[in-house]
Design a protein around this ligand. Sequence first.
Ligand code: OSB
Ligand code: MG
Length: 371
Amino acid sequence: MKVEAITLREIQMPLVDFFETSFGRTYSRRIFLITLHCEGINAWAECVAGEDPYYSSEWLESAWPTVKHYLAPAILGRNFSSASECVPLMSRVRGHRMAKAALENALWDAEATAKRIPLWKLLGGKQQSIRCGVSIGIQDSAEQLLEKIQTELAAGYQRIKIKVKPGWDLTVLERIRSRWPDIMLSCDANSAYTLDQVEHLRKFDQFNLLMIEQPLWDDDIYNHSRLQERIKTAICLDESIHHARDAAQAVEIGACRIINIKVGRLGGFTEGKKVHDVCASHNIPVWCGGMLESGIGRAHNIAISTLENFRLPGDVSASKRYWKEDIIEPEVEVSSEGIIAVRDVPGTGYKVREDLIEKFTVRKETIRVGG
Ligand code: OSB
Ligand code: MG
């Protein structure tokens, strides 16, 4: 695959419903899409950097110039026999993992399409159906949250995860558990607590949660091990894990019992697979996180979720939960058993709707060999 040109594009898509975490509320997404033009193949990927530097220091306006001035030039004009060959070419740039992941994952898409094999098989996936959960944001009232949970359970989702923060935690969990004592339930704090709050966090143990995700600082591993010693609920790390070394270290010091894999946060499919393998070798289950992706990122999340150690339901849910109209065809659908059937066709198995993408585009730049 020769990369002849690279298009950077921003699209804007309003969410069906706002999404609130401990760091803020999102009503509409600004999404950074990459297209690699490779000898007649247009390969796509989504950069999951957010509108603001809140989930991570990386955000849309840092990713765009990093791709434009450093990462795209590093792979432009090159010929690749496999996608992971681009990793060392981009390694001179420190960090900026979401930006790197967008280029690398687009190259995997190109490779799967060129070789006429499904992306999930190219990645080494084994599971042809994946289990789905939902992530439900902070609502205006507990009643609203209960109603949302009711809707998602009726749709068949296998696991409910709620966002928590001080003031929106024990009382809502209590309400949920008194109505549904047995559902698979977890929570995600997105770093809303500190180690001073151990006594408060111990009270989560009574709710029989599958896990508590990222309770402490986004840049911390060590203090999570001190917390894990003091609480029964399994800690799952999201923000703190950037690569396979982080994962190995976290597992070794007992900072978590579960790890959330987001290929954007980890810098691409190659590192995502490494984190998966490190966890598998330590018998630590992983699951696929989400970043409010459009269908393009969603399709990539489905592909990585087929690897064997993805043993817990992920935050990979149906297109219609987020979008009035998604930019892929067919849209991602979830069965009444809470399962996505993985498509056994070349590439991602989803067609990119270029007409619709063009309509949503607010900015676009194409970089070609020789300028
Ligand atoms: O921490 O998992 C997170 C969304 C934006 C930023 C961070 C997170 C999330 C989610 C959404 O939980 C999951 C989804 O895309 O459904
Ligand atoms: Mg999370």
